[in-house]
Structures are given as C-alpha cells and as structure tokens.
Design a protein around this ligand. Structure first.
Ligand code: GLA
Length: 396
C-alpha cells in the first residue's frame, strides 16, 4: 500500500499550494490465472486484481491544463491543454492517461477543467501485470467520479481498452482493463469476452498461495508477435467458415465442433494456434468447475496444461518463462505453474503450498539464474479490489 502522506508531500513539492483540495484514487494490477490469448477470440478468461497497482493524487486547477507527473519518472512533468489532446511519442507513459481523457471527451464526459495529477506505480513496467491498464482505468475512474458521473465498471473497461487500441495503437483485448476495473478481494473473475458477462468466483485457500515470478526479461517481441497471433486466429476463422458460415470468433466453437472440421485449416501452424485457443477456453470452464469443488490439485494440472499449450501450440513462452516454470514444477508443494499475460517474457504464476514458499523462492531463483543468467523477483500474491477512491490521509 502506497504511503499517502509521503505522496502528498511529493505532490506539494511539485505543484505547490495546499493539501486540502487533493483527492486520492487507486487501481490494481492484474494476474491472469488461466485463459491466455482467449480474450480477443471471444472466449473465457479468469483473471484477478492484485493488492498493488497505481495510486493517483489529483487536484482541480482553475484553467484547462492537465499537468502530469509520476514518482516512477521523477524528472518528467507533462503539460497538455484539454483542447488539444494528441498522441506524442515523447510523452511516453503520459499517452495512457491522455488517451483516456480523449476517449471521455469523445463520449461527452471529458473533464470540465484542468487538474494536477501525480501517479505512483507499484507494478514493475513491462512485467505483464498490466501497469498500463491500471493507469488507464485509474484515470477513467477518477475523472468520471470527479465529474459526478456514475461509474459503470464494464463501460470503464471498454473506455480504457479503446483508448489503448486507438490512441496508443496497441491491439490488446479486454481482459486487463476489465480485471482492473472489476476486481474483488479474494475473488477471481470468470469473464466471457464476447458478451462481457461475468461473475466473481471465490479464490482462497488456507494452505495454498499464488506466487508470481517475474522473469525480468523485457517482453521484447511482444507487440509484433501478439498481432501475428491475432491474424493467425482470424485466418483460422476464415477457413472454418466453410463449415460454420456464421462463425466470427474461434471462441464460438466447442472443442468437438473444432475437431470435426479443423482439417479445413490448411497451415499446420494456424491449426495449432486455433487448437490452443479452443482447448484453453475449455480449460477455463474446467478450472472454475474444479475450484468450486475445492479441488486445487486438478486446477494445478490445468495450469500446467495451459502453459504447455502456450509453449508448444501457441509458441508465446520463450526460454525464460519455460525455465522458470520448469524449475517451479520441481519444487515439492507446487500444484501448478504457468506463464501469465501476453508471454515472451514477463511473469509466471504458480500455486504453491504455504510451507513451501521459502524453498520455492530459493530453488527457483537458483535454477532460473543458472539457466538464463537473469535474477528473478517473486511476490506472494493476494487478490484485491478494483479501482476505488481512497480516504485522504490524516493531516499531521
Ligand atoms: C495481454 C493483452 C490481453 C490478453 C493477454 C493474453 O495481456 O493485453 O488483452 O490478450 O495479453 O491473454
């Protein structure tokens, strides 16, 4: 949890004035438990919000200027007029909040006046824990609340995703923004990405914890490979239309329907991509069913199957994620381990007995460093709430 008093001091040093008018908001990061590369195929995902993320301090100004700073990039202070919000490469991370402001304006709910903004991020950048979705949802939530507009969390996720797709040119699906907007303490979210129907599913155990392992490998190829996978899935849909003329997304097929007609897909690579998607969606539903019976062991096996499919069929893991998962699975007390997020670096998530966590950290770190030369980080993960307003810290 961020230290709000200290952040208040930083805010006053940057922007001057009084602490009185400052308001405080937070939005989490997310981890996806299972259901990877299924969101843009209209399938199921099963993410959860984290207990750490991004904090925003804001204070209204009398003019039409937004001033933005971040404790993560101490030497940048951005300034933009509400009347000319454009993408500019040199604005770097500020393009995320700017994109959301622009999208709110497009919907007739942009801020009536300017603000001073101070962001404080606790999510490692580029780790695949959705630091950008956290900033977007946070900005949208705060500005809608400030403007006195009701916050519909599904719409908030869509606003944030649209700003990332259109303003920032990143073709992500809806999962990250949805999880950040709709998170609930100790609950994961079963989301159908085609219809956006969802429900919370309790995810709590006396004996087992989720451990996130950061490979600290930057996700280099992620954007180009991500878009390539999306087109491969679209290609599979085109070829399956011969059998299913109404088909628009792979997520509309059951595994049986897919297997009956998959030979229509000419390229072996495209067929393997589609097979991952169809089976992964099925694994999400199986996961929820076993978890609702309290069967963590079966869930662990599904996590393993998910990773193996992402490695062999979808080919989005890479040396670092595979090495970390392999090391994790050797530790006694680990029920399952997989990559989480887009892949090509970033993080793994493992289901670990609470008495094995210390051994897990030591053994996985040693084997992983031996295999890759990189030093990993681990976080025992608790599941937290979605975006919210925070109480002001007590004044000294
Ligand atoms: C990234 C994207 C999500 C989703 C995952 C893969 O996190 O932002 O929309 O596609 O990759 O499951």
């Amino acid at each position: 949890m961020a230290d709000l008093k200290q952040l208040t001091e930083q805010f006053l040093t940057l922007f001057g004035g009084e602490a009185d008018g400052i308001r405080y908001y937070q939005a989490p990061g997310r981890v996806n438990l299972i259901g990877e590369h299924t969101d843009y195929n209209g399938g199921y995902v099963f993410p959860a919000a984290l207990t750490f993320g991004t904090t925003l301090l804001l204070r209204p100004r009398g003019d039409r200027v937004l001033k933005m700073a971040s404790t993560n990039f101490p030497n940048t202070l951005g300034e933009v007029s509400l009347d000319s919000i454009e993408y500019r490469e040199e604005d770097d991370w500020m393009n995320y909040p700017k994109g959301v402001v622009k999208e709110l304006q497009n919907r007739g709910r942009g801020p009536a006046a300017g603000y001073d903004f101070l962001y404080h991020g606790e999510i490692p950048n580029g780790a695949g824990l959705s630091s950008s979705a956290s900033i977007e949802v946070l900005t949208g939530y705060a500005l809608l609340s400030e403007g006195g507009h009701p916050v519909d969390r599904t719409e908030l996720a869509l606003i944030s995703q649209k700003s990332e797709n259109e303003f920032n040119g990143v073709q992500c699906g809806i999962m990250d923004q949805f999880a950040v907007a709709n998170g609930k303490k100790d609950q994961a979210i079963l989301l159908m990405c085609d219809t956006l129907e969802y429900r919370h599913v309790p995810f709590q155990s006396e004996d087992y914890v989720l451990v996130i392992g950061n490979t600290n490998k930057r996700r280099g190829l992620v954007d180009s490979k991500y878009n390539e996978r999306r087109s491969e899935c679209e290609q599979a849909v085109q070829e399956l239309k011969g059998a299913y003329p109404e088909l628009t997304l792979l997520g509309q097929l059951t595994p049986e329907q897919f297997h009956a007609e998959c030979e229509r897909i000419e390229s072996d690579t495209v067929r393997r991509r589609a097979l991952h998607v169809v089976d992964e969606i099925d694994r999400v539903l199986q996961s929820v069913a076993v978890l609702e019976k309290g069967d963590l062991e079966s869930f662990g096996k599904l996590m393993n199957a998910s990773h193996d499919s992402l490695r062999d069929l979808y080919e989005v893991t890479g040396k670092e994620l595979d090495a970390m998962v392999e090391a994790a699975r050797k530790v006694p007390g680990v029920l399952g381990s997989r990559m989480t997020g887009a892949g090509f670096g970033g993080c793994t998530v493992s289901l670990v007995h609470k008495d094995s966590v210390d051994r897990f950290r030591e053994q996985v770190a040693a084997e992983y460093t031996e295999a890759t030369g990189l030093v990993p980080d681990f976080y025992v993960c608790s599941i937290g709430d979605g975006a919210s307003r925070l109480d002001s810290p007590a004044q000294p």
